[in-house]
Design a protein. Sequence first.
Length: 746
Amino acid sequence: MKASNLIKVNETNFEFHLTNKSISYVFRVLENSKQLEHLYYGKNIHHSSSFDYLIERESRPANNLYEDNHTSSFEHTKQEYPSFGTTDFREPAFLIKNPAGDKITHFAYEDYTVLEGKPKIEGLPATYTELDSEAETLCIHLKDIYTDLKLNLYYTIYKDHPVITRRSEFINVGSQNHFLESAMSMSIDFPEDNFELLHLNGAWARENHVSREPLTVGKKSLSSARGASGPVNNPFLALVREETTEHSGEAYGFSFVYSGNFKAQVEVNTYNVSRVMMGINPFNFSWKLEPNETFSTPEVVMVYSDKGLNKMSQTYHNLYRSRLARGKWRDTDRPILINSWEATYYDFNEDKILDIAKQSAELGIELFVLDDGWFGQRDTDDGSLGNWTVDKRKLPNGLNVLSEKIHDLGMKFGLWFEPEMVSKDTKIFKENPNWVIHVPGKNVSHGRNQYILDFSNPDVVNNLFNQMDNILSDVKIEYIKWDMNRYISEAYSSHLNADRQGELFHRYILGVYSLFERLQEKYPDILFESCAGGGGRFDPGMLYYSPQIWASDDTDAIERLKIQYGTSMVYPLSSIGSHVSEIPNHQVGRNTPIETRANVAFFGTFGYELDITKLSSEEKNIVSEQIAFFKKYRTLIHSGNFYRLKSPFNSNEVGWMVVSQNRTEALIGYYQVLSQPNAPYERLKLKGLDENKKYKVSPGNEIRYGNDLENIGLLFSQNNHKRKSSYWSQNNKSDFNSRILHIEEV
Ligand code: GLA
């Protein structure tokens, strides 16, 4: 046995045990075929010099690999990275078309390496380490016994997080081409089906709603084939126990660090085995692997929690905000912004913008974001995308002067781009028809009157880099909102040969990542916020490039309860773009109090998206208090631990809170959707406090012990006879009421 901190190898029986203080992951090399058998993943177990006791083997009437052997069926062996075509008929982790046309491979173990820290994946976003001591990486080297293909499986285990990341790498060391038809990032066979599946799904304006259902025999696939991770399914799933709640029970999370087409699937067979796999969607995918080429899959981040969903989420939050998000803004307080979109849409001029900016600055807002409509001649959504030059009709003095004037007001300046798109009325479209994704001679569908640039073509990426660079090198810009408002159809690239068309979707997203890389290398101080018609590309891949992401075009406070609650399942509050907008709400027509709109938006990256000049002086006073409040607490909100307390998916009341890492301070958000007559008393039981510490609860200044607040909770009653006994304000007879409470150790 070789001693290592986190990766223990039983050299004689070829067993690998990745373990830290919370988790264990065990697999081995099979004696006969030298393929990999999965043995265990879950709560940490003691290391043993032999994990023989985890092997399940029985003679079965099945296809078996070897003659005179009835226990060599992969249908009955838990696997690490299953192949297809021999003895397992379930969906495999990969599929390769060999030069002869067959799809049979046999990747046999050769050796392994252990690395301190975590190697980068060329061209792809991934979690990282800052110090090598934060993690160890195991790489298992396998080789196809029939061809010159090699396969590397990477496993990184973090020291202080219950996290293992996985990915794979195919290398062609031969002289002939192979075609990858599927290359998932990971697969795991759980020896039971006693789980429920939890996932996030939705659509435009109702992203990341939480669904949960028992597993049954068969396959359940969550996927995207639209060229972005999309709003329909988030690239995430969790297996949880029937009894798992927010705060107790097991949860296994799987999150994909990728922004393109993905598949996340659970397949349960009739032997109660649950196979989870995640990776690039094999549908419509193929990759020509030429001699000396390597194909790297993106990574999957696996989190284990034995303390419920909330602990799983906190693990993702901690890891993603500190070891996925990067750059200056990772740890810097995010500016409170005002965005022009719902304030003016396309209809603005310099005076109007400066008017909004001036009044925003007076109220304490720190960043002005000029959204869509500043370039070309864009008065509606039917033109000018791809012509990233300022519209002198609206801004006759140009962006430079506007930016200077905004800076003179003491604000930062931000700008909206939609780099991946093009409109028909632009030079770039007319001069380069083949830069548009479409099949020559066949109809091309539009989305919002726009077409998609072929980001698999480096010339296209160059063009966009140059156009954006022209502006960024000239104008003082501290923030970019990178939008993407339609999905890829008629997927075909004039840049790729016929036998490489299956590569388009992946190459497209690699092109998007490369443009981010180039811009960020040259402009490391710019804060990026990504967006895709709201939360249509809210995924860990984007989080690597933009520490905040616009969560939804739906800015209604009540709708946002669900969207932000669901988004927090994986993503930290510091990533969730959330704004106060005007009423009636532009998406749903609802009138909610301005207090509630802010009380929801505080639990994200806070900002405003309305015409602030139209607010009454009373409303402006409220706004200025909200801004002062957020400035005071944003560090707590963005660096604390988030606890979901009451779910909008099954309750009229919603509660959540964020607790400082040292548990001396907390903020609680409590929301009532509809007012009810003669309602029961509601108690909100808190979480994450130190049970023996005394805390002051404000408003009210009541002093309570942590365990009292956790076990008894705060009383919210409808009619407030005794001021001190309820945490509602005096009059709670209204819909959409809300309350923020502050808790501080005394
Ligand atoms: C998308 C975004 C919005 C806004 C508009 C502008 O819908 O999600 O926030 O930027 O585009 O066209």
